[in-house]
Design a protein around this ligand. Structure first.
Ligand code: FES
Length: 103
């Protein structure tokens, strides 16, 4: 079920912000006005990505510096891993995420 998370203006271009959605912590990312939602836990050792560094479309986990392409969620370094993404939609400048729909 989609839940309203915030307005599109709450996450600026190039920003990563964490939110609690249905008892899960997620990160919401805006790259070139395209929004993506991912679980806040890194697929490596489940450390938090909330303080990850976002450069362009590459997110670096602060724990052991694994890198991910946030447009696809795929691991860049190393490859062969993937962020857990969630379905997202925008309606009337509101961002909705469904944490029960992994993508
Ligand atoms: S927990 Fe993210 S790189 Fe290790």
């Amino acid at each position: 079920m989609f839940e309203r998370v915030c307005e599109t203006d709450d996450v600026w271009e190039g920003e990563l912000i964490s939110f609690d959605v249905a008892s899960r912590k997620i990160i919401l990312i805006n790259v070139d006005e395209q929004f993506r939602a991912y679980d806040s836990q890194c697929p490596h050792q489940e450390q938090s990505l909330c303080d990850g560094k976002l450069e362009g479309s590459v997110l670096t986990c602060p724990a052991h510096l694994w890198e991910f392409d946030v447009m696809s969620g795929q691991g860049v370094n190393p490859t062969g891993c993937k962020l857990r993404g969630y379905a997202l939609k925008i309606e009337n400048d509101d961002v909705y995420v469904d944490v029960e729909q992994p993508i």
